[in-house]
Design a protein around this ligand. Structure first.
Ligand SMILES: CC(C)(COP(=O)(O)OP(=O)(O)OC[C@H]1O[C@@H](n2cnc3c(N)ncnc32)[C@H](O)[C@@H]1OP(=O)(O)O)[C@@H](O)C(=O)NCCC(=O)NCCS
Length: 274
């Protein structure tokens, strides 16, 4: 927590375009939150001053076992281009490798793509931001699948993420609901006693809600229902339209459900096999 004072300075030099950090308390709050405790967190020091930070973790993925995720790397602009970013990435990879994780994913803003290539992360597909009016998403309520609201403080341990949602997205939205005062819902979907899917939705600005939906392994047939019911549950958040982020690989599945306005995201998903 003592490092947060220096981390504030780092963020002020690296994140000024995306978010304005004013106080150490904001950084501390972010680092104290429930979601954050699931992530590894390393800092780089130069003469006892923190000049860089990496936040990373792993989540279970049915297709490839565990997937490592680098959530952020920030190096104080005055210390950039001195291999600090690369050292932070390598240090995080060493920890992930020791946990037998074979693949690491990150989302790169366009301006950091050269850095990711230099540390041997390469683009894997692309991401799309898609949006639709809630009314245009067909209702898909079968008696076979039941939905249950989940208490975010008691998140189920048997969730297996990222079959269809991009790595980290479901956890990120759950974290947003738990850590902020924004209204949100977390849902689990069951067929009998079997968990078939999970979804989360959070109120966003301008009568919009952001959602993430995923199915469990072997239950991808339920995607339509999980997407429809997750998205439609945001009417209770007083939203008129919903949006989410999908990979190019899974975009056609969403297009089969409804008509979405689709924008190619600037962020580039990058990957490295360890
Ligand atoms: C991206 C970032 C972490 C890189 O940190 P850094 O300490 O400057 O990176 P390094 O010095 O370890 O660079 C490693 C290599 O990438 C190259 N590189 C780094 N930033 C680059 C850039 N913006 N454009 C081109 N090449 C770049 C370096 O030249 C170096 O190449 P070399 O090994 O041939 O010399 C830093 O610029 C930053 O904090 N940016 C803002 C936050 C951000 O975008 N984070 C990444 C997204 S999560």
């Amino acid at each position: 927590m003592r490092d947060c004072k220096d981390i504030l300075t780092i963020y002020q030099t690296t994140r000024w375009l995306s978010r304005k950090y004013n106080t150490v308390e904001e950084v501390k709050t972010e680092h104290r939150t429930l979601g954050f405790s699931n992530w590894g967190w390393l800092v780089a020091e130069h003469q006892e001053q923190v000049v860089g930070e990496i936040v990373f973790g792993a989540e279970r993925n049915p297709a490839s076992g565990q997937v490592g995720m680098i959530r952020s790397v920030d190096v104080d602009i005055r210390y950039q281009k001195r291999s600090i970013g690369a050292q932070l990435v390598h240090a995080a990879e060493d920890i992930l490798r020791a946990k037998r994780i074979g693949r690491v994913a990150a989302n790169s803003p366009p301006e950091a793509y050269n850095f990711w290539m230099k540390v041997k992360y390469f683009a894997r597909g692309s991401l799309y931001d898609i949006q639709a009016p809630i009314k245009s998403i067909p209702t898909r309520n079968t008696a076979k699948v039941t939905a249950k609201f989940v208490d975010p403080s008691a998140l189920p341990k048997d969730w297996v993420f990222s079959l269809i949602a991009p790595p980290g997205e479901l956890l990120a939205i759950v974290r947003e609901i738990v850590d902020s005062d924004k209204q949100g819902r977390i849902l689990e979907f069951y067929s009998g006693k079997t968990l078939v899917g999970a979804g989360a939705v959070v109120r966003s600005e301008g009568r919009r809600a952001r959602f993430v939906a995923d199915t469990m392994p072997q239950t991808t047939d339920n995607l339509e229902e999980v997407v429809s019911r997750t998205a439609r549950s945001s009417t209770s958040l007083k939203a008129d339209s919903v949006f989410t982020r999908v990979s190019s690989e899974h975009l056609p599945k969403y297009q089969a459900i409804s008509h979405w306005s689709t924008v190619l995201s600037q962020d580039i998903p990058v990957n490295r096999f360890l």
